[in-house]
Design a protein around this ligand. Structure first.
Ligand SMILES: [Zn+2]
Length: 332
């Protein structure tokens, strides 16, 4: 991976994620020249804490200098190590996440609980075979092991500002990947910290929300919000985009353009599969994706669901039979 460009008062830390090759690295950024703001905190992965501490020290900083930690969103690979960091420095460093994602950070076993109820229901609707559902359940319980919860997380909102020596971070709420995903724009150095909203080597997944009833907008649609959030950051004057995973980005508008093409193409494949025959969604996976890793059945269904929501909104697909399992048909 190309090393991060040198930016004043920024220590960019890339932590390898063996076994998660699609993410390459979990990136953590220490911003500031005195007291530090840490952007994201990496997953509780074997060796990750030692790497974080080591790279911070190599950059001339110290864990004890951290005065706050901001999570770009509430996924384990972004907040997993925060509790360990607090333990190491011996004080409850304030941690922040957007209000819509706070429950993800505070609920210890939410992944399993969530999957038990809403997840099982969704899998029945899409006609996922029981042995596939078992694999997904196993995958979800693995995620829960990669973090310790932060029960006293503080919430932030769009427009909030975090300031320190030589830096000023603006919170830009960019829902889509999760409802509470935020980017942070550092206005002095013109760096956009993009979490999982912008990633160079993969198209970020606007994940299907299993529990819309707990959101501010129960009609929330991940892909629709995601596209809107891309527009929100497209015009930002950023020298560099520093993402949550993998390499930095220089040409943001061009990358966003490629995302739009990717989503359009995926929508057309889903529409084409349903046009051929109206089926429960599990049975179109092989036509929509060229390759799905064995453990990624949930991600495949999530991708189909969020694109289908947009097709329905555009009047190009509809629910033919609510089921379970549900049948959808293409229109036009
Ligand atoms: Zn991530």
């Amino acid at each position: 991976m190309e090393p991060f460009p040198k930016v004043d008062n920024v220590c960019a830390i890339a932590i390898d994620l063996p076994g998660f090759s699609d993410l390459i690295t979990a990136n953590v950024y220490a911003v500031g020249s005195g007291p530090l703001t840490l952007i994201d905190a990496a997953p509780k992965f074997p060796g990750a804490f030692e790497t974080l501490k080591g790279q911070l020290e190599q950059g001339g900083r110290d864990l004890n200098d951290i005065e706050r930690i901001i999570f770009t969103h509430g996924h384990v690979d972004h907040f997993g190590l925060a509790a360990r960091i607090r333990e190491e420095v011996g004080r409850p460093i304030p941690c922040f996440v957007h209000a819509e994602d706070a429950w993800r950070v505070t609920a210890e076993t939410y992944r399993e609980e969530m999957f038990d109820k809403a997840g099982e229901r969704l899998m029945a609707l899409v006609d996922m075979p029981p042995e596939e559902v078992a694999k997904i359940r196993e995958r979800f319980s693995l995620f829960a092991m990669l973090c310790d919860p932060i029960f006293d997380v503080k919430v932030m909102e769009d427009g909030d500002v975090f300031e320190g020596d030589d830096y000023r971070l603006e919170v830009i709420h960019t829902p889509g990947h999760t409802p509470g995903t935020c980017c942070l724009y550092e206005t002095r150095q013109k760096v956009l910290y993009s979490g999982d909203h912008i990633i160079k080597h993969i198209t970020p997944n606007p994940l299907f929300e299993l529990r819309k009833e707990i959101l501010r907008d129960p009609e929330y649609q991940s892909l629709k919000e995601y596209i809107r959030s891309l527009e929100k950051v497209k015009g930002i004057d950023a020298r560099y985009v520093f993402p949550g995973h993998g390499a930095f980005v220089e040409d943001l508008p061009e990358l966003i353009q490629s995302y739009r093409g990717h989503h359009r193409e995926r929508m057309e494949r889903i529409w084409g599969a349903l046009k051929k025959s109206s089926r429960p969604l599990y049975h179109i996976i092989d036509e929509v994706f060229d390759f799905v890793p064995e453990y990624d059945g949930f991600l495949a269904i999530s991708e189909i669901m969020v694109h289908l929501e947009l097709l329905i909104e555009e009047g190009r697909a509809e629910l033919a039979d609510p089921g379970p399992p549900s049948y959808y048909r293409a229109i036009g």
